[in-house]
Write a protein of this length. Structure first.
Length: 193
């Protein structure tokens, strides 16, 4: 039995978990990321990078879709790089879950892809806590389990305070600390037992 088969048979569920990219194991635009896994099923996984803000601000994004932001404090909220899949599409991770036309609900939060959540935000209503991204991180059936078997990611139960209450540049270290790991102790070389 291969490592990939063993992982698949274990039927692990990584929903509501953070994935932290291991140095030297995950490259490209996912190197150094923390990903919040919104959904993980036998068909695959979907998550959002929570520590990679872009230069695009929420006010500018809303203007691009013909919405005017009525509340000044959110105007300069950064839009995040959510992952390399569908980077032209917006995703809103928010709490509380709320009632929107296209949402996946989990753990008192939701991932919404419909325009109605942004319309409420523009009007000064909407979710109290939110993270807006362009794109998402996605894996096909068994792909994430295989990457875990290759030591590409560390995982730990997510903490909403890290998503919504910490500066983006502190989220990677904070997620690692949930495992009791100091980021300076990580190396780019992984071993297999």
């Amino acid at each position: 039995m291969t490592e990939q088969t063993q992982y698949s048979d274990a039927a692990i569920d990584l929903s509501n978990q953070f994935l932290m990219a291991m140095p030297g194991m995950v490259g490209g635009n996912l190197a150094g990321t923390v990903i919040y896994i919104c959904e993980h099923t036998p068909k695959g996984a979907l998550g959002l990078v929570i520590n990679r803000p872009t230069d695009l601000m929420l006010g500018s994004l809303l203007e691009k879709i013909d919405l005017k932001l009525e509340i000044v404090p959110r105007h300069d909220t950064p839009v995040f790089f959510g992952g390399p899949v569908q980077t032209d599409r917006g995703f809103v991770l928010h709490a509380p879950a709320g009632e929107y036309s296209s949402s996946i609900k989990f753990e008192g939060m939701a991932l919404t892809t419909s325009r109605d959540v942004l319309e409420e935000v523009a009007e000064g209503r909407g979710p109290e806590k939110m993270l807006v991204t362009l794109g998402y991180a996605g894996w096909g059936a068994g792909q994430l389990e295989n990457e875990l078997a290759q030591n590409a990611w560390l995982s730990v139960e997510a903490d909403k305070n890290i998503i919504f209450g910490m500066p983006p540049d502190e989220r990677y270290a904070a997620a690692l600390k949930l495992l009791g790991i100091d980021p300076v102790m990580l190396t780019g070389v992984a071993g297999h037992a």
